[in-house]
Design a protein around this ligand. Structure first.
Ligand SMILES: [Zn+2]
Length: 68
């Protein structure tokens, strides 16, 4: 069982290859966030293709609603 888990994890790693920053070039990898990748050097941000752009807007609306 554990062996399988490790194998699965390894496969996941291979699937999502680390992207490097297009501005800073090779060697500067983008930090992996929940739904986006960002460069810690220049601040370049790349959103992951999840096809849920509307969710982001909803989140912002939520934050506004919280101001009671
Ligand atoms: Zn960069």
């Amino acid at each position: 069982m554990k062996g399988r888990e490790i194998f699965k994890l390894d496969g996941d790693k291979i699937t999502r290859l680390r992207r490097h920053c297009p501005k800073c070039g090779d060697g500067y990898f983008l930090a992996d966030h929940k739904d986006r990748l960002s460069c810690g050097k220049c601040g370049y941000t790349e959103f992951k293709k999840s096809g849920k752009d509307s969710i982001k807007s909803n989140d912002e609306n939520k934050l506004n609603d919280n101001s009671k």
